[in-house]
Design a protein around this ligand. Sequence first.
Ligand SMILES: [Cu+2]
Length: 160
Amino acid sequence: MDPFAWTARGAAIQFDLFARATFFTVAFVCLPSCGAMAGSLQISKAWTPEAQIGGDGPLLMTIANQGSEADSLLRARCPVANFLEKHTVDRGEGAPAMRAISSIPVPPNQTITLTLDSYHIMLLQLRQSLSVGQHFVCSVVFAKAGVLDVGVEVAPGEPH
Ligand SMILES: [Cu+2]
């Protein structure tokens, strides 16, 4: 066997084990749902609907900026998805359409809620199926607040 292929396969298996370990650890530590806080930002009610492996789905959450400076959500990474994008929804002529953007603005002294018809994060190419009640952790990176580890719940709607 080609040694490079073997190495790549070993790395993929290690990553998969890591993702599973993270997934199950969070399931125990983070019930029913986790809040995360860094600097003047607080994230709550992070959730995603159920979805099939290989599919896409929105990652939604509430972000409270209690500071007097604007921040912005630069990127996110979740063990359950191969890629993530930040999206907004354009409403021109015709049907509303999602569009990838480079960052999501988080204005000062405001609480924003990501929704499917406004700013949101999109999980692309899910590495596993997601069913209601599961939990996982995503890293969300902000320009000023830095990295927040956010517990995400798979839910039929916004958690209470
Ligand atoms: Cu989207």
